[in-house]
Design a protein around this ligand. Structure first.
Ligand code: FCB
Length: 482
Protein backbone atom coordinates (compact mmCIF):
# COMPACT_ATOMS: atom_id res chain seq x y z
CA UNK A 1 0.00 0.00 0.00
CA UNK A 2 1.33 3.45 -0.83
CA UNK A 3 0.89 6.36 1.56
CA UNK A 4 -1.58 7.87 -0.90
CA UNK A 5 -3.98 5.00 -0.41
CA UNK A 6 -3.89 5.32 3.36
CA UNK A 7 -6.83 7.49 4.35
CA UNK A 8 -7.65 6.41 7.90
CA UNK A 9 -10.79 8.47 8.43
CA UNK A 10 -12.13 8.82 4.95
CA UNK A 11 -11.81 5.11 4.20
CA UNK A 12 -13.48 4.10 7.46
CA UNK A 13 -16.77 5.75 6.56
CA UNK A 14 -18.89 5.75 3.44
CA UNK A 15 -20.16 9.25 3.86
CA UNK A 16 -23.40 10.37 2.16
CA UNK A 17 -23.85 13.72 0.44
CA UNK A 18 -24.48 16.74 2.68
CA UNK A 19 -28.21 17.17 3.30
CA UNK A 20 -28.97 13.48 2.67
CA UNK A 21 -32.38 12.71 4.19
CA UNK A 22 -32.48 9.95 6.78
CA UNK A 23 -35.86 8.62 7.78
CA UNK A 24 -38.06 5.77 8.82
CA UNK A 25 -41.37 4.77 7.24
CA UNK A 26 -44.72 3.43 8.45
CA UNK A 27 -48.27 3.07 7.09
CA UNK A 28 -51.58 3.91 8.73
CA UNK A 29 -53.30 0.53 8.75
CA UNK A 30 -50.15 -1.22 9.90
CA UNK A 31 -49.61 0.84 13.05
CA UNK A 32 -52.54 3.05 14.02
CA UNK A 33 -55.20 0.72 15.42
CA UNK A 34 -58.23 2.69 16.70
CA UNK A 35 -60.03 1.22 13.72
CA UNK A 36 -63.43 2.40 14.87
CA UNK A 37 -62.54 5.62 16.60
CA UNK A 38 -63.39 9.22 15.81
CA UNK A 39 -65.63 8.25 12.93
CA UNK A 40 -63.11 6.23 10.88
CA UNK A 41 -64.96 4.15 8.30
CA UNK A 42 -64.03 0.57 7.36
CA UNK A 43 -61.39 -0.01 4.70
CA UNK A 44 -60.91 -3.01 2.42
CA UNK A 45 -58.22 -4.20 4.83
CA UNK A 46 -60.69 -4.26 7.75
CA UNK A 47 -62.97 -6.44 5.67
CA UNK A 48 -60.23 -8.64 4.23
CA UNK A 49 -58.54 -9.24 7.57
CA UNK A 50 -61.88 -10.33 9.03
CA UNK A 51 -62.41 -12.84 6.25
CA UNK A 52 -61.40 -16.26 7.58
CA UNK A 53 -58.21 -17.63 6.07
CA UNK A 54 -56.96 -14.39 4.54
CA UNK A 55 -54.55 -13.17 7.23
CA UNK A 56 -52.33 -15.43 9.31
CA UNK A 57 -53.85 -16.23 12.73
CA UNK A 58 -56.86 -14.07 11.87
CA UNK A 59 -54.92 -10.93 12.85
CA UNK A 60 -56.48 -7.54 12.07
CA UNK A 61 -55.35 -3.92 12.31
CA UNK A 62 -57.93 -3.15 15.01
CA UNK A 63 -55.27 -2.33 17.60
CA UNK A 64 -52.00 -2.76 15.69
CA UNK A 65 -49.23 -0.81 17.45
CA UNK A 66 -51.84 1.56 18.94
CA UNK A 67 -50.02 4.46 17.34
CA UNK A 68 -53.24 6.48 17.19
CA UNK A 69 -53.07 6.79 20.98
CA UNK A 70 -49.29 6.72 21.37
CA UNK A 71 -48.30 9.10 18.61
CA UNK A 72 -46.37 11.57 20.83
CA UNK A 73 -44.36 8.68 22.30
CA UNK A 74 -43.55 7.45 18.79
CA UNK A 75 -42.46 10.89 17.64
CA UNK A 76 -40.22 11.03 20.71
CA UNK A 77 -38.61 7.80 19.47
CA UNK A 78 -37.97 9.44 16.11
CA UNK A 79 -36.37 12.35 17.89
CA UNK A 80 -34.16 9.93 19.79
CA UNK A 81 -33.07 8.35 16.52
CA UNK A 82 -32.16 11.78 15.20
CA UNK A 83 -33.81 11.24 11.80
CA UNK A 84 -34.44 14.21 9.55
CA UNK A 85 -37.61 12.78 7.94
CA UNK A 86 -40.56 10.55 8.78
CA UNK A 87 -42.77 8.90 6.17
CA UNK A 88 -46.30 8.06 7.31
CA UNK A 89 -49.54 7.48 5.47
CA UNK A 90 -52.91 9.17 5.85
CA UNK A 91 -55.85 6.77 6.24
CA UNK A 92 -58.41 7.69 3.60
CA UNK A 93 -61.28 6.21 5.70
CA UNK A 94 -60.39 8.54 8.58
CA UNK A 95 -60.71 11.54 6.28
CA UNK A 96 -63.72 10.30 4.30
CA UNK A 97 -65.31 7.37 6.12
CA UNK A 98 -67.24 6.31 2.99
CA UNK A 99 -64.65 7.44 0.47
CA UNK A 100 -66.78 10.37 -0.66
CA UNK A 101 -68.52 13.37 0.77
CA UNK A 102 -67.24 15.97 3.22
CA UNK A 103 -64.03 15.50 5.17
CA UNK A 104 -64.09 14.44 8.79
CA UNK A 105 -62.41 17.13 10.87
CA UNK A 106 -61.57 14.60 13.58
CA UNK A 107 -59.79 12.45 11.04
CA UNK A 108 -57.80 15.38 9.69
CA UNK A 109 -57.04 16.57 13.22
CA UNK A 110 -55.09 13.44 14.02
CA UNK A 111 -52.73 14.10 11.13
CA UNK A 112 -52.50 17.79 12.00
CA UNK A 113 -51.39 16.82 15.50
CA UNK A 114 -48.90 14.29 14.12
CA UNK A 115 -47.41 16.82 11.71
CA UNK A 116 -47.16 19.51 14.40
CA UNK A 117 -45.47 17.07 16.74
CA UNK A 118 -42.97 16.17 14.02
CA UNK A 119 -42.25 19.79 13.15
CA UNK A 120 -41.75 20.60 16.83
CA UNK A 121 -39.20 17.79 16.93
CA UNK A 122 -37.43 19.22 13.88
CA UNK A 123 -38.50 16.27 11.70
CA UNK A 124 -39.75 16.72 8.14
CA UNK A 125 -43.11 14.99 7.54
CA UNK A 126 -43.41 12.95 4.34
CA UNK A 127 -47.08 12.15 3.75
CA UNK A 128 -48.26 9.21 1.64
CA UNK A 129 -51.88 9.59 0.60
CA UNK A 130 -52.65 5.95 -0.23
CA UNK A 131 -51.05 2.99 1.46
CA UNK A 132 -53.73 0.43 0.52
CA UNK A 133 -56.60 1.27 2.90
CA UNK A 134 -59.34 1.99 0.36
CA UNK A 135 -62.66 2.93 2.01
CA UNK A 136 -64.75 -0.24 1.85
CA UNK A 137 -67.73 1.55 0.42
CA UNK A 138 -65.80 2.40 -2.73
CA UNK A 139 -65.13 -1.30 -3.23
CA UNK A 140 -68.70 -2.35 -2.44
CA UNK A 141 -70.40 0.48 -4.33
CA UNK A 142 -73.67 2.27 -3.65
CA UNK A 143 -77.02 1.42 -5.24
CA UNK A 144 -76.93 4.65 -7.29
CA UNK A 145 -73.43 4.08 -8.70
CA UNK A 146 -73.18 3.83 -12.45
CA UNK A 147 -73.13 0.25 -13.70
CA UNK A 148 -69.61 -0.91 -14.36
CA UNK A 149 -68.83 -4.43 -15.49
CA UNK A 150 -65.64 -4.41 -13.44
CA UNK A 151 -67.41 -3.85 -10.10
CA UNK A 152 -66.15 -1.36 -7.54
CA UNK A 153 -62.77 -0.46 -6.15
CA UNK A 154 -59.79 0.39 -8.34
CA UNK A 155 -61.12 -1.36 -11.45
CA UNK A 156 -63.83 1.31 -11.41
CA UNK A 157 -62.79 4.58 -13.04
CA UNK A 158 -64.67 6.77 -10.59
CA UNK A 159 -62.35 5.68 -7.76
CA UNK A 160 -59.59 7.79 -9.34
CA UNK A 161 -61.84 10.86 -9.20
CA UNK A 162 -62.75 10.12 -5.59
CA UNK A 163 -59.03 9.95 -4.81
CA UNK A 164 -58.55 13.43 -6.27
CA UNK A 165 -61.31 14.79 -3.98
CA UNK A 166 -59.71 13.13 -0.97
CA UNK A 167 -56.32 14.57 -1.98
CA UNK A 168 -57.83 18.08 -1.97
CA UNK A 169 -59.10 17.71 1.58
CA UNK A 170 -55.76 16.50 2.88
CA UNK A 171 -53.78 19.09 0.94
CA UNK A 172 -55.98 21.89 2.29
CA UNK A 173 -55.56 20.64 5.85
CA UNK A 174 -51.82 19.91 5.81
CA UNK A 175 -50.44 21.78 2.82
CA UNK A 176 -48.98 24.61 4.89
CA UNK A 177 -46.96 22.15 6.99
CA UNK A 178 -46.06 19.14 4.83
CA UNK A 179 -43.40 19.75 2.19
CA UNK A 180 -43.13 16.26 0.69
CA UNK A 181 -46.12 14.32 -0.66
CA UNK A 182 -46.34 10.81 -2.06
CA UNK A 183 -49.54 10.01 -3.91
CA UNK A 184 -49.55 6.20 -3.92
CA UNK A 185 -47.57 3.46 -2.28
CA UNK A 186 -46.75 0.51 -4.55
CA UNK A 187 -49.67 0.55 -6.99
CA UNK A 188 -48.41 -2.78 -8.42
CA UNK A 189 -49.24 -4.48 -5.10
CA UNK A 190 -52.61 -2.74 -4.81
CA UNK A 191 -53.58 -3.85 -8.33
CA UNK A 192 -52.04 -7.27 -8.76
CA UNK A 193 -51.88 -8.69 -5.25
CA UNK A 194 -55.33 -7.22 -4.52
CA UNK A 195 -57.22 -8.00 -7.75
CA UNK A 196 -55.27 -10.79 -9.53
CA UNK A 197 -53.46 -12.91 -6.94
CA UNK A 198 -56.11 -12.28 -4.28
CA UNK A 199 -53.60 -12.35 -1.42
CA UNK A 200 -54.14 -8.69 -0.48
CA UNK A 201 -57.40 -6.80 0.01
CA UNK A 202 -59.91 -6.90 -1.55
CA UNK A 203 -58.89 -10.46 -2.46
CA UNK A 204 -60.19 -10.67 -6.01
CA UNK A 205 -58.69 -13.05 -8.57
CA UNK A 206 -59.56 -11.46 -11.89
CA UNK A 207 -56.56 -10.54 -14.09
CA UNK A 208 -58.60 -8.21 -16.32
CA UNK A 209 -59.82 -6.32 -13.25
CA UNK A 210 -56.22 -6.07 -12.01
CA UNK A 211 -55.07 -4.42 -15.24
CA UNK A 212 -57.99 -1.98 -15.07
CA UNK A 213 -57.08 -1.33 -11.44
CA UNK A 214 -53.48 -0.58 -12.43
CA UNK A 215 -54.62 1.97 -15.02
CA UNK A 216 -57.00 3.63 -12.59
CA UNK A 217 -54.31 3.76 -9.91
CA UNK A 218 -52.07 5.50 -12.44
CA UNK A 219 -54.93 7.87 -13.25
CA UNK A 220 -55.56 8.47 -9.55
CA UNK A 221 -51.89 9.36 -9.20
CA UNK A 222 -52.12 11.86 -12.07
CA UNK A 223 -55.31 13.48 -10.79
CA UNK A 224 -53.84 13.63 -7.31
CA UNK A 225 -50.67 15.35 -8.58
CA UNK A 226 -52.85 17.92 -10.33
CA UNK A 227 -54.87 18.50 -7.16
CA UNK A 228 -51.69 18.83 -5.08
CA UNK A 229 -50.13 21.28 -7.53
CA UNK A 230 -53.25 23.43 -7.37
CA UNK A 231 -53.36 23.44 -3.56
CA UNK A 232 -49.71 23.50 -2.49
CA UNK A 233 -47.00 26.13 -2.60
CA UNK A 234 -44.63 25.87 -5.58
CA UNK A 235 -41.90 24.60 -3.27
CA UNK A 236 -43.80 21.38 -2.44
CA UNK A 237 -42.16 18.11 -3.49
CA UNK A 238 -44.58 15.67 -5.11
CA UNK A 239 -43.63 12.05 -5.54
CA UNK A 240 -44.86 8.52 -6.18
CA UNK A 241 -43.58 5.33 -4.54
CA UNK A 242 -43.12 2.22 -6.68
CA UNK A 243 -41.93 -1.23 -5.68
CA UNK A 244 -39.73 -1.59 -8.72
CA UNK A 245 -38.47 -5.10 -9.33
CA UNK A 246 -34.79 -5.88 -9.88
CA UNK A 247 -35.20 -8.75 -12.33
CA UNK A 248 -32.65 -11.37 -13.22
CA UNK A 249 -32.97 -14.14 -15.77
CA UNK A 250 -32.41 -17.56 -14.18
CA UNK A 251 -30.11 -18.54 -17.03
CA UNK A 252 -28.52 -16.57 -19.80
CA UNK A 253 -30.98 -17.87 -22.36
CA UNK A 254 -33.28 -16.15 -24.82
CA UNK A 255 -36.31 -17.77 -23.21
CA UNK A 256 -35.43 -16.52 -19.73
CA UNK A 257 -34.64 -13.05 -21.03
CA UNK A 258 -38.04 -13.03 -22.72
CA UNK A 259 -39.64 -14.01 -19.40
CA UNK A 260 -37.85 -11.07 -17.76
CA UNK A 261 -39.20 -8.76 -20.46
CA UNK A 262 -42.76 -9.94 -19.76
CA UNK A 263 -42.50 -9.40 -16.02
CA UNK A 264 -40.68 -6.09 -16.45
CA UNK A 265 -43.56 -4.84 -18.63
CA UNK A 266 -46.31 -5.55 -16.08
CA UNK A 267 -44.32 -4.96 -12.89
CA UNK A 268 -42.14 -1.95 -13.76
CA UNK A 269 -42.93 -0.32 -17.09
CA UNK A 270 -46.73 -0.36 -16.63
CA UNK A 271 -46.07 2.37 -14.05
CA UNK A 272 -42.85 4.03 -15.22
CA UNK A 273 -43.90 4.52 -18.85
CA UNK A 274 -47.23 6.28 -18.24
CA UNK A 275 -45.91 8.39 -15.35
CA UNK A 276 -42.65 9.51 -16.96
CA UNK A 277 -43.35 9.19 -20.68
CA UNK A 278 -47.15 9.41 -21.03
CA UNK A 279 -47.45 6.06 -22.83
CA UNK A 280 -48.34 2.44 -22.17
CA UNK A 281 -45.69 -0.20 -22.84
CA UNK A 282 -46.60 -1.52 -26.30
CA UNK A 283 -45.30 -5.00 -25.54
CA UNK A 284 -47.58 -5.22 -22.50
CA UNK A 285 -50.61 -4.25 -24.57
CA UNK A 286 -49.66 -7.10 -26.94
CA UNK A 287 -48.93 -9.60 -24.15
CA UNK A 288 -52.29 -8.95 -22.51
CA UNK A 289 -54.44 -8.94 -25.67
CA UNK A 290 -56.30 -12.09 -24.60
CA UNK A 291 -57.03 -10.64 -21.17
CA UNK A 292 -58.02 -7.04 -21.86
CA UNK A 293 -58.49 -4.53 -24.67
CA UNK A 294 -57.39 -1.47 -22.65
CA UNK A 295 -60.51 0.41 -23.81
CA UNK A 296 -60.75 1.96 -20.33
CA UNK A 297 -57.72 4.12 -21.19
CA UNK A 298 -59.51 7.28 -22.30
CA UNK A 299 -58.21 10.18 -24.35
CA UNK A 300 -56.26 12.48 -22.07
CA UNK A 301 -55.60 9.88 -19.36
CA UNK A 302 -51.97 9.36 -20.23
CA UNK A 303 -51.33 13.12 -20.32
CA UNK A 304 -52.85 13.46 -16.85
CA UNK A 305 -50.82 10.53 -15.55
CA UNK A 306 -47.65 12.13 -16.90
CA UNK A 307 -48.14 15.39 -14.99
CA UNK A 308 -44.54 16.05 -13.89
CA UNK A 309 -43.44 14.99 -10.42
CA UNK A 310 -40.40 16.07 -8.44
CA UNK A 311 -38.92 12.77 -7.30
CA UNK A 312 -39.53 9.04 -7.42
CA UNK A 313 -39.81 6.87 -4.32
CA UNK A 314 -38.32 3.40 -4.62
CA UNK A 315 -39.13 0.53 -2.27
CA UNK A 316 -36.69 -2.36 -2.41
CA UNK A 317 -36.38 -5.57 -0.44
CA UNK A 318 -35.07 -8.37 -2.66
CA UNK A 319 -34.41 -9.16 -6.33
CA UNK A 320 -36.54 -11.52 -8.40
CA UNK A 321 -35.17 -14.40 -10.45
CA UNK A 322 -37.30 -15.09 -13.51
CA UNK A 323 -37.35 -18.16 -15.77
CA UNK A 324 -39.42 -19.26 -18.71
CA UNK A 325 -41.96 -21.79 -17.51
CA UNK A 326 -43.83 -24.58 -19.20
CA UNK A 327 -46.84 -23.05 -20.85
CA UNK A 328 -50.08 -23.85 -19.08
CA UNK A 329 -53.51 -22.93 -20.28
CA UNK A 330 -54.62 -19.40 -19.46
CA UNK A 331 -57.67 -20.55 -17.55
CA UNK A 332 -55.71 -22.71 -15.14
CA UNK A 333 -52.73 -20.45 -14.61
CA UNK A 334 -53.83 -16.87 -14.91
CA UNK A 335 -56.44 -16.28 -12.25
CA UNK A 336 -54.09 -16.57 -9.30
CA UNK A 337 -51.00 -15.11 -10.85
CA UNK A 338 -49.93 -11.52 -10.27
CA UNK A 339 -48.40 -11.38 -13.77
CA UNK A 340 -51.30 -11.11 -16.25
CA UNK A 341 -50.11 -11.53 -19.78
CA UNK A 342 -46.93 -13.31 -18.80
CA UNK A 343 -48.48 -15.75 -16.36
CA UNK A 344 -48.40 -18.94 -18.35
CA UNK A 345 -44.80 -18.53 -19.36
CA UNK A 346 -43.06 -17.45 -16.22
CA UNK A 347 -41.61 -19.24 -13.22
CA UNK A 348 -39.92 -17.62 -10.26
CA UNK A 349 -37.26 -20.07 -9.08
CA UNK A 350 -35.95 -19.38 -5.57
CA UNK A 351 -32.87 -17.16 -5.55
CA UNK A 352 -29.82 -18.38 -3.64
CA UNK A 353 -28.38 -16.83 -0.49
CA UNK A 354 -29.35 -16.01 3.07
CA UNK A 355 -32.98 -15.17 3.71
CA UNK A 356 -35.01 -12.97 5.99
CA UNK A 357 -38.00 -14.16 8.02
CA UNK A 358 -40.14 -13.37 4.95
CA UNK A 359 -38.02 -15.96 3.11
CA UNK A 360 -36.80 -13.12 0.90
CA UNK A 361 -33.17 -13.51 -0.24
CA UNK A 362 -30.80 -10.84 1.06
CA UNK A 363 -29.13 -9.32 -1.99
CA UNK A 364 -28.18 -5.66 -1.95
CA UNK A 365 -26.88 -5.91 -5.52
CA UNK A 366 -30.47 -5.69 -6.72
CA UNK A 367 -30.83 -2.24 -5.16
CA UNK A 368 -27.68 -1.05 -6.90
CA UNK A 369 -28.98 -2.45 -10.21
CA UNK A 370 -32.31 -0.65 -9.80
CA UNK A 371 -30.77 2.69 -8.87
CA UNK A 372 -28.34 2.64 -11.77
CA UNK A 373 -31.13 1.63 -14.16
CA UNK A 374 -33.12 4.65 -12.96
CA UNK A 375 -30.01 6.85 -13.30
CA UNK A 376 -29.86 5.85 -16.96
CA UNK A 377 -33.59 5.87 -17.75
CA UNK A 378 -34.71 8.88 -15.69
CA UNK A 379 -31.57 11.00 -15.46
CA UNK A 380 -33.44 14.11 -14.29
CA UNK A 381 -35.52 12.49 -11.54
CA UNK A 382 -34.19 12.61 -7.98
CA UNK A 383 -34.73 9.34 -6.11
CA UNK A 384 -35.75 8.56 -2.56
CA UNK A 385 -35.48 5.05 -1.11
CA UNK A 386 -38.88 5.22 0.60
CA UNK A 387 -38.66 1.68 2.04
CA UNK A 388 -35.92 -0.83 2.69
CA UNK A 389 -35.54 -3.22 5.58
CA UNK A 390 -35.95 -6.78 6.77
CA UNK A 391 -38.03 -8.98 9.05
CA UNK A 392 -36.34 -11.28 11.55
CA UNK A 393 -37.58 -13.28 14.51
CA UNK A 394 -36.73 -10.70 17.16
CA UNK A 395 -37.43 -11.02 20.85
CA UNK A 396 -36.52 -9.11 24.00
CA UNK A 397 -33.96 -10.97 26.16
CA UNK A 398 -34.26 -11.16 29.97
CA UNK A 399 -32.44 -7.82 30.27
CA UNK A 400 -34.97 -6.30 27.90
CA UNK A 401 -32.52 -5.94 25.01
CA UNK A 402 -33.37 -6.86 21.44
CA UNK A 403 -30.31 -8.07 19.56
CA UNK A 404 -30.85 -8.07 15.80
CA UNK A 405 -27.44 -8.38 14.15
CA UNK A 406 -28.94 -9.75 10.91
CA UNK A 407 -31.02 -6.59 10.45
CA UNK A 408 -27.95 -4.43 11.07
CA UNK A 409 -26.06 -6.45 8.46
CA UNK A 410 -28.95 -6.14 6.02
CA UNK A 411 -29.23 -2.36 6.45
CA UNK A 412 -25.46 -1.96 6.29
CA UNK A 413 -25.18 -3.88 3.00
CA UNK A 414 -28.05 -1.98 1.45
CA UNK A 415 -26.74 1.40 2.52
CA UNK A 416 -23.34 0.51 1.08
CA UNK A 417 -25.15 -0.34 -2.19
CA UNK A 418 -26.93 3.03 -2.13
CA UNK A 419 -23.61 4.75 -1.50
CA UNK A 420 -22.03 2.93 -4.43
CA UNK A 421 -24.95 3.89 -6.69
CA UNK A 422 -24.58 7.55 -5.66
CA UNK A 423 -20.84 7.39 -6.33
CA UNK A 424 -21.72 6.02 -9.78
CA UNK A 425 -24.05 8.90 -10.54
CA UNK A 426 -27.49 7.93 -9.18
CA UNK A 427 -29.24 10.98 -7.72
CA UNK A 428 -30.45 9.46 -4.45
CA UNK A 429 -31.55 12.10 -1.96
CA UNK A 430 -32.74 10.06 1.00
CA UNK A 431 -33.30 6.69 2.63
CA UNK A 432 -36.19 5.50 4.84
CA UNK A 433 -35.93 2.32 6.88
CA UNK A 434 -38.98 0.11 6.79
CA UNK A 435 -40.05 0.26 9.51
CA UNK A 436 -39.96 2.42 12.61
CA UNK A 437 -42.11 -0.07 14.56
CA UNK A 438 -42.99 -3.73 14.40
CA UNK A 439 -46.43 -3.76 12.81
CA UNK A 440 -49.26 -5.53 10.98
CA UNK A 441 -47.50 -7.09 8.02
CA UNK A 442 -50.58 -7.51 5.77
CA UNK A 443 -51.34 -11.18 5.02
CA UNK A 444 -48.71 -12.23 7.60
CA UNK A 445 -50.36 -10.30 10.42
CA UNK A 446 -48.13 -9.72 13.44
CA UNK A 447 -45.91 -12.73 12.72
CA UNK A 448 -43.28 -10.68 10.87
CA UNK A 449 -41.32 -8.00 12.65
CA UNK A 450 -39.82 -5.31 10.41
CA UNK A 451 -39.32 -2.62 13.07
CA UNK A 452 -36.07 -1.16 14.30
CA UNK A 453 -38.18 -0.60 17.41
CA UNK A 454 -39.66 -3.72 19.01
CA UNK A 455 -43.33 -3.64 19.99
CA UNK A 456 -44.61 -5.95 22.70
CA UNK A 457 -48.21 -6.17 21.52
CA UNK A 458 -49.62 -7.22 24.90
CA UNK A 459 -48.30 -4.15 26.73
CA UNK A 460 -47.59 -1.96 23.66
CA UNK A 461 -44.15 -1.34 25.19
CA UNK A 462 -41.60 -0.02 22.69
CA UNK A 463 -37.95 -1.10 22.91
CA UNK A 464 -35.19 0.16 20.66
CA UNK A 465 -33.57 -2.82 18.97
CA UNK A 466 -29.80 -2.81 18.48
CA UNK A 467 -30.50 -1.84 14.87
CA UNK A 468 -32.23 1.35 16.03
CA UNK A 469 -29.14 2.38 17.98
CA UNK A 470 -26.97 1.45 15.03
CA UNK A 471 -29.18 3.49 12.68
CA UNK A 472 -29.06 6.50 15.01
CA UNK A 473 -25.26 6.37 14.77
CA UNK A 474 -25.46 6.14 10.95
CA UNK A 475 -27.71 9.21 10.90
CA UNK A 476 -25.43 11.11 13.27
CA UNK A 477 -22.30 10.51 11.16
CA UNK A 478 -24.18 10.72 7.83
CA UNK A 479 -22.55 7.48 6.77
CA UNK A 480 -21.84 3.79 7.32
CA UNK A 481 -18.65 1.92 7.96
CA UNK A 482 -16.80 1.07 4.80
C1 FCB B 1 -44.07 -3.18 1.24
C2 FCB B 1 -45.18 -2.36 1.83
C3 FCB B 1 -45.03 -2.10 3.30
C4 FCB B 1 -44.47 -3.28 4.05
C5 FCB B 1 -43.25 -3.84 3.36
C6 FCB B 1 -42.62 -5.02 4.05
O1 FCB B 1 -44.52 -3.84 0.10
O2 FCB B 1 -45.26 -1.12 1.18
O3 FCB B 1 -46.28 -1.70 3.79
O4 FCB B 1 -45.43 -4.22 4.26
O5 FCB B 1 -43.56 -4.19 2.03
Amino acid sequence: MTTNEFRPDASATLRFPAGFRWGTATAAYQIEGAAQEDGRGPSIWDTFSRTPGKVLHGDTGDTAADHYHRMPEDVALLRELGVSDYRFSVAWPRVQPDGRGPASQKGLDFYRRLVDELLDAGIRPVATLYHWDLPQQLETGLPGDSADAAGGGWPRRDTAERFADYTRYVAEALGDRVATWITLNEPWCAAFLGYAAGIHAPGRTDPAAALRAAHHLNLAHGRSVQALRAALPASAEISLTLNLFALRPARDSGADREAVRCVDAVANRLFLDPVFHGRLPEDLVRDTAEVTDWSYVHDGDLEAIATPIDSLGVNYYTPLVVAAGAHTSPSSSRPRSPWPGAAGDVRLPPAPGPRTAMDWPVDAGGLYELLTRLRDELPHTPLLITENGAAYHDYADPEGRVHDPERIAYLHQHLAAVHRAIADGADVRGYFVWSLLDNFEWAYGYSKRFGIVHVDYASQRRTLKDSARWYAAVVARNGVEA
